[in-house]
Design a protein around this ligand. Structure first.
Ligand SMILES: [Zn+2]
Length: 487
């Protein structure tokens, strides 16, 4: 069994940090390489292997998703298996990876639910205080516990300990795969032939040692990967451009431009698709009532829906490329939002969001920036839509409608998305804010900053009052609009 590597020393960490500043490494995958059936039944050994491997990997995945354990790829073996120690370790590592991302996604979704619940409680209390409870229509958010991940597709994420890629000396094939199987000491050797587009993707690059084998519809597939080092182009003093993600505009920058939208063509197509699916569902229900067997019922999944999804993805990618083209010298700063929280906060826009996959925009933005050697960073998203960039006052009341930001204290007014992008840009390098672990901590910090701002303003105005004389009111906190006119 492989041992947990020694902890890196401070010096090594520093060295790595320096390296990271000059270039970034992108790991690229070359997918859909079909494993050839060299002779009848050769891949049968692989089938037999995965029949043991997958259930073991499932056991560890379930274990690592339990609240009381953690996904540790170096954890001690917990289950008996006929697999070799090396294959056993690979199964543990794969399970740890799956569990880790499942736990992160679930935690994000749960946090989004808690935030939503808190907002609901607050709104209800406010309605109660104003005696408007009878007209309070919002329904209480609910939480449905997530199912544990179920491994359905046979997949093995391997390393060089169990799968070795050897260049072929024979011109008929490009590589040989040497795969450890249940038959210890007798690895399986499978030839690999690359298509021309695979060769093109791999040209001039050195393969790394991680490989993935998966079986879909009776065919075994191989995924190879390689690391590409891209020099970082962004200068240390590069201007920071904040990026806000939304529906009306996919992307709005702190420089005031917006890119891509779900309104117009996409929304029309989406409505059309939803209409079609509803009709199909009605027909299905009707036929089912009449006793038509399930297998003969028309499917509700639609080809137009898939086309639409693809179209939305393309539009998002286009918007991302436009932003990066327009700001080649900039350091991009964006919010760390998740698909789950995007969906949760959307409410009436839920259906739109579902189709729009906007929650994936951040990772696509990060990837596109990395490919260009541009620096891109995430910052805390909490309250970025409610915070006033001038006085740091945080309130839902600062948003009279979806498009507008209007601070109820200092009167600052701007387009809501543009303002959010400005706030995000300002959060880059804000260490006090980055240190906040919870939304509550963020709110407390912003409130503190608002108090300091108020104090500074009051001092300034006391001075001014002394200069101008006592004719001006000092009690401007009761009427922020009046204060605005003074300043
Ligand atoms: Zn303000």
């Amino acid at each position: 069994m492989s041992q947990k590597p020694e902890k890196a020393t401070a010096e090594e960490k520093q060295k790595r940090k320096r390296k990271r500043k000059s270039k970034q490494t992108l790991t690229r995958a070359v997918t859909h390489i079909r494993l050839l059936e060299a002779n009848a039944g050769k891949l049968e050994a692989l089938d037999q292997l995965v029949a043991v491997y997958l259930p073991l990997c499932q056991q560890y995945t379930t274990l690592f998703c339990e609240p009381e354990t953690g996904p540790d790829k170096y954890s001690e073996p917990a289950f008996e298996t006929e697999l070799s120690d090396r294959l056993h370790r690979v199964a543990i590592q794969q399970a740890a990876g799956i569990a880790k991302s499942w736990r992160t996604n679930r935690a994000n979704a749960y946090q989004a639910y808690l935030d939503d619940l808190a907002a609901y409680v607050e709104a209800k209390a406010k309605a109660g205080a104003e005696g408007k409870l009878c007209s309070f229509k919002r329904s209480e958010p609910t939480w449905t516990e997530w199912n544990l991940p179920l491994l359905r597709v046979p997949v093995m994420q391997a390393n060089a300990n169990v799968v070795v890629v050897e260049p072929s000396t024979d011109s008929t094939f490009d590589y040989w795969l040497r795969i450890s199987t249940l038959d210890k000491g007798n690895p399986l050797r499978v030839p690999v032939k690359l298509a021309s587009y695979h060769k093109k993707a791999l040209a001039g690059n050195t393969l790394n040692t991680s490989t993935t084998l998966s079986k879909r519809k009776g065919v075994w597939w191989l995924t190879l990967s390689f690391d590409e080092e891209i020099p970082l182009q962004t200068a240390p003093a590069a201007p920071v451009v904040g990026v806000d993600v939304g529906i009306a505009n996919f992307i709005t920058t702190s420089t005031g431009q917006s890119y891509g939208t779900f309104h117009g063509t996409l929304a029309r197509k989406h409505r059309h698709d939803r209409h079609k699916r509803r009709n199909k569902a009605k027909l299905r229900a009707c036929l089912q009532k009449k006793g038509v067997p399930k297998a003969q019922l028309p499917s509700t999944s639609s080809a137009t829906g898939q086309r639409l999804s693809r179209h939305v993805r393309q539009e998002i990618n286009r918007a991302i490329n436009q932003v990066l083209d327009a700001h080649p010298e900039a350091r991009i700063v964006y919010e760390n939002l998740s698909v789950a929280s995007m969906r949760f906060h959307a409410r009436s826009m839920n259906a739109y969001l579902y189709a729009s996959q906007l929650g994936h925009l951040p990772e696509q933005l990060a990837w596109a920036a990395a490919k260009r050697g541009m620096a891109a960073h995430t910052v805390t998203a909490a309250y970025s839509s409610q915070e006033c960039p001038r006085c740091h006052f945080v309130s839902r009341a600062n948003r009279p409608d979806q498009q507008t930001f209007h601070c109820v204290v200092c009167g600052y007014q701007a387009h809501a998305d543009h303002k959010a992008a400005l706030v995000l840009a300002a959060r880059w390098g804000d260490q006090a804010l980055a240190a906040c672990k919870t939304k509550e901590a963020v709110k407390a910090l912003l409130l503190q900053r608002h108090e300091s701002w108020k104090k500074a303003q009051a001092e300034q105005n006391t001075q001014r009052v002394e200069e101008i004389g006592p004719a001006l009111q000092l009690s401007f906190w009761d009427g922020p609009e009046r204060f605005l006119e003074i300043s």
